[in-house]
Ligand binder design. Structure first.
Ligand code: PAF
Length: 284
């Protein structure tokens, strides 16, 4: 596995791959890899000849009171995992390479970013889209894979690619979960054992909504009440929002159906977690 940190080296590699007629798959990450990231790698591998995994903790997507400095990092472990999964190239740039002094142009995400995570984390999605746009320019991938867990991020990236006529395919990969249902996330590393147990209530609440829907409930307030009932079983878990939305614009729906996305955000101790399901698919 090749490791590059320089933008010019990356460009040379990318151009050689394309010149050789090889399709490139990109998996953008902030590192501290887990099985969810590795599922993205597997999907990219299925769809491309060469797989690039970027590791970059992007300061632009963290608010001033967020966890940029303590975000978990373990590059040696990430290298070993990426290499054992058949990644061809890891791109690990310095912040100064991605945002040299004077860099100030940002991608503005539009109205899909106004709600949910965008409302809770002002500026977050502008930071995400800016770094993803840069990575798309640097790697020129034919396909890029993103996880379902960050559904609003994925929806916005699809929108950006569509609106800016980018010639690449964005693939969603289903959320990977622990055996008890907890969605994998690098931020799960913040949870102490007690909060780790409590955190399972997010997926249990989504499961409860799914069960209620399968039993015939179609009104969002009814499903939300069912979810809140479940969440209240863990009084130390503070729900921030429960969203029942369409998959295109993530706008609230009046009646849920198989395509509806149900998303939840909650604080578990000091850690903010998110999770979601597509109602027709359930927890999976
Ligand atoms: O999902 C993430 O890990 C990040 O938001 C991404 C897409 C790598 C951009 O920094």
């Amino acid at each position: 596995m090749l490791e590059l940190s320089s933008i010019s080296d990356l460009r040379s590699w990318t151009r050689a791959e394309h010149a050789a007629g090889r399709r490139i798959g990109l998996v953008p990450t902030m590192g501290f890899l887990h099985d969810g990231h590795l599922a993205l790698v597997d999907e990219a591998r299925r769809r491309a000849d060469s797989v690039v995994l970027s590791i970059f903790v992007n300061p632009l997507q963290f608010g001033p009171a967020e966890d940029l400095t303590r975000y978990p990092r373990d590059l040696p472990r990430d290298r070993a995992l990426a290499s054992s999964r058949g990644v061809d190239l890891i791109f690990v740039p310095e912040t100064s390479a991605m945002y040299p002094p004077g860099s100030e142009v940002r991608v503005i995400p539009g109205s899909i970013a106004a709600r949910w995570e965008g409302a809770a984390r002002p500026g977050h999605f502008s930071g995400v889209l800016t770094v993803v746009a840069k990575l798309f320019h640097l790697v020129e991938p034919d396909v890029a894979c993103f996880g379902q867990k960050d559904i609003q991020q994925l929806t916005l990236i699809k929108r950006m690619v569509h609106d800016l006529d980018w010639p690449l395919e964005i693939v969603m990969v289903k959320t990977v979960r622990e055996n008890d249902g907890l969605a994998l996330s690098s931020r799960n590393a913040y949870l102490d054992p007690v909060d780790r147990q409590r955190a399972v209530v997010l997926s249990r609440a989504l499961q409860a909504a799914h069960d209620a829907w399968r039993a015939g409930a179609t009104r969002p307030p009814d499903l939300e009440a069912r979810m809140r009932q479940e969440l209240q079983r863990e009084p130390a878990v503070a729900a921030e929002y429960i969203a029942m939305v369409d998959p295109e614009r993530l706008a609230p729906v009046e009646t849920v159906d198989a395509l509806t996305i149900i998303a939840v955000a909650a604080r578990v101790g000091g850690t903010r977690l998110i999770d979601n399901i597509a109602l027709g698919e359930g927890i999976g």
